[in-house]
Design a protein. Structure first.
Length: 84
């Protein structure tokens, strides 16, 4: 099974943005995931637009599931991996 992929901004720390809070939720749940940093410029995120129809991050891709918005990602992580 492939690891979930988190598309996020290139901010170097997990404490400055919503991308970091999504990454922390995955790490706290013990989920191995791939982190793909996209440019700060929303005009340079075609892969994110292709996945979601919009250019904002974070976006979590878990198999066929595509979840955007850090709050929704945290809820998804809590529901899918509750006992980790």
């Amino acid at each position: 099974m492939d690891k979930p992929v988190l598309y996020r901004c290139p901010t170097p720390t997990n404490s400055l943005c919503s991308c970091g809070s999504a990454a922390k939720a995955l790490k706290n749940a013990g989920v191995e995931f791939e982190s793909r940093k996209v440019p700060f410029s929303k005009k340079k995120r075609p892969e994110v637009v292709e996945l979601t129809g919009q250019s904002r991050v974070p976006v979590l891709v878990d198999g066929e599931e595509v979840i955007h918005d850090s709050k929704r990602i945290k809820e998804y992580v809590e529901d899918k991996w509750p006992n980790r």
